[in-house]
Design a protein around this ligand. Structure first.
Ligand SMILES: [Fe+2]
Ligand SMILES: [Fe+2]
Length: 284
């Protein structure tokens, strides 16, 4: 019987990289430097990850130079990787120059990876300036979910656009017609552990149609919870920049928010001597 750690899925999800062509900085945020920090943290803290998925908005304005920069930076990590697209991306620009693009038979940038009893289902909701899951994309997803159910694989769904309403203005450009995806998930009968998205630049957790779902800050600015009824300016913050670390043994599926650019001050470890070399729960 393999060790528990060897049966435990570790999935890292980064989102909203928003890279610019080399040398360019926007709104005082250097998304390249931030992404390099994210990849350094991936290798330093999660080099044992089974997979790292980049969940869209790779380039801020879909420039070829930004996509080449993205591939060059991520090539330095040995962690297996997959790339998804968002509304800031352009499939027609990305696919011809991408390193190993994930493509379905219709040319959409979506795919699956099966790991340790799980199926990671990565959907292409990108549409230049918007979002869409057309009949072709949904039909492909339905077939992959059917396979997962038949094979007894538990499913983690990744897509760029948040399907769940956050009761924030971003809901006006969340996933288009989310009910259509919800119907496909429900009809599949597959066991879905988590639906995880980026796009909204804020960390949230909850459920959507009964499925656990979450979103992450990503690599660019993050926004404050500006909830229904608010008026005036919504605050945007330079940090934390954040990626998700999902650990699942099929029964326990947890999402950690790993902040890699953060202004908070680490307290003196001398205050917490009991946090040195701590023991973990032992699972047979
Ligand atoms: Fe974004
Ligand atoms: Fe987006």
């Amino acid at each position: 019987m393999p060790r528990y750690e060897d049966r435990l899925l570790k999935l890292v999800v980064m989102s909203d990289i928003h890279l610019l062509p080399p040398g360019r900085i926007q709104r005082g945020l250097d998304t390249r430097a931030r992404f390099e920090t994210a990849m350094a943290d991936l290798d330093r803290c999660h080099g044992d990850a089974d997979l790292c998925v980049f969940a869209g908005d790779i380039a801020d304005a879909a420039e070829p130079e930004a996509y080449r920069l993205f591939d060059a930076i991520r090539a330095q990590s040995a962690v297996p990787q997959r790339v998804m697209l968002g509304n800031h991306d352009d499939r027609a620009v990305y696919v011809p120059l991408a390193r190993d693009p994930m493509l379905d038979p219709d040319g959409f940038v979506q795919g699956v990876v099966d790991l340790k009893g799980h199926r990671i289902l990565m959907l292409d909701s990108s549409e230049r300036g918007g979002s869409r899951l057309c009949d072709a994309r949904l039909g492909w997803a339905a077939a992959r979910l059917d396979e997962a159910r038949t094979a007894g694989l538990k499913v983690i769904v990744l897509l760029h656009h948040n399907p769940c309403a956050l009761q924030m203005p971003v809901d006006t450009y969340r996933l288009d017609q989310p009910d259509r995806l919800l119907s496909v998930l429900r009809a599949s009968g597959a066991e879905i552990l988590l639906v995880l998205a980026g796009h909204c630049h804020i960390a949230t957790a909850g459920s959507w149609g009964g499925y656990p779902c979450a979103t992450i800050n990503g690599n660019q600015h993050r926004v404050e919870p500006y909830l229904r009824g608010r008026t005036g300016q919504q605050a945007c913050y330079s940090d934390p920049a954040q990626f998700a670390v999902v650990l699942s043994d099929g029964l326990n599926c947890v999402l950690h928010f790993h902040n890699y650019v953060e202004q908070s001050t680490e307290m003196d470890p001398a205050h917490f001597p009991y946090k040195w070399n701590q023991r973990f729960e032992e699972v047979p």
